[in-house]
Design a protein around this ligand. Structure first.
Ligand SMILES: [Zn+2]
Length: 201
């Protein structure tokens, strides 16, 4: 990296931590902000702070929300017998757009990856199992992405959930490998949910 002062280097390094942003793009972001009027950068900084301060994790589903329980968990019109398990909060947003899933969600906040130390315990899967054990959930729809970790997580859940009394289904293929649900169009997501199949281990 060029010889930048400390604060400039820090800002570039922080932008560089964002998904999909390399050091060159981070540098472009920072110089774009410094080039424009001061208000632009202030607005962005304030929006980030405001959002971070206001948003929290929902204690029921882990989704990011201003309220706890979040708007979805607090919606009594939803079907409590359907629970959709996703990897991250942006997947909830993606699945809400086609308005097909009328049940609740559980956000794993990651995927199983035993080699990296992400075990079922580390991921807090016991909370999900406790919720299913409490009763009322008839079907758990696994909507993890079709990556190696997404599949490993689906296989694990399909093994431990049925003994608790709920059936497990997996959303249909059609989601491109390696892409997040957020990158898939609404029609494909709708078909993937509708075409879900029961998984038996
Ligand atoms: Zn929630």
């Amino acid at each position: 990296m060029a010889d930048y002062n400390e604060s400039l280097a820090l800002l570039i390094s922080e932008f560089g931590k964002l998904p999909g942003v390399g050091p060159k793009t981070a540098e472009r972001f920072v110089f774009y902000l410094l080039k424009g009027p001061r208000e632009g950068a202030e607005k962005l900084a304030r929006a980030i702070l405001d959002t971070v301060e206001r948003m929290r994790r929902c204690s029921r589903c882990n989704n990011i929300s201003e309220h706890d329980p979040c708007g979805i968990c607090g919606d009594a019109k939803r079907d409590a017998s359907l629970l959709c398990v996703v990897e991250q909060p942006s997947d909830v947003a993606a699945l809400e757009r086609p308005k097909v899933h009328r049940g609740f969600y559980y956000v794993l906040m990651g995927l199983l990856s035993p080699l990296d130390g992400v075990t079922p315990e580390a991921l807090g899967i016991d909370r999900l199992l406790k919720r299913i054990k409490a009763g009322g959930v008839r079907e758990v729809i696994i909507a993890t992405n079709p990556t190696t970790e997404g599949e490993a997580t689906a296989v694990y859940l399909a093994k431990v959930i049925p003994p608790l009394g709920a059936k497990v289904s997996r959303i249909a293929r059609g989601i491109p490998v390696g892409s997040g649900l957020g990158y898939v169009d609404e029609a494909t997501l709708r078909e993937a949910l509708k075409g879900r199949r029961e998984v038996t281990s």
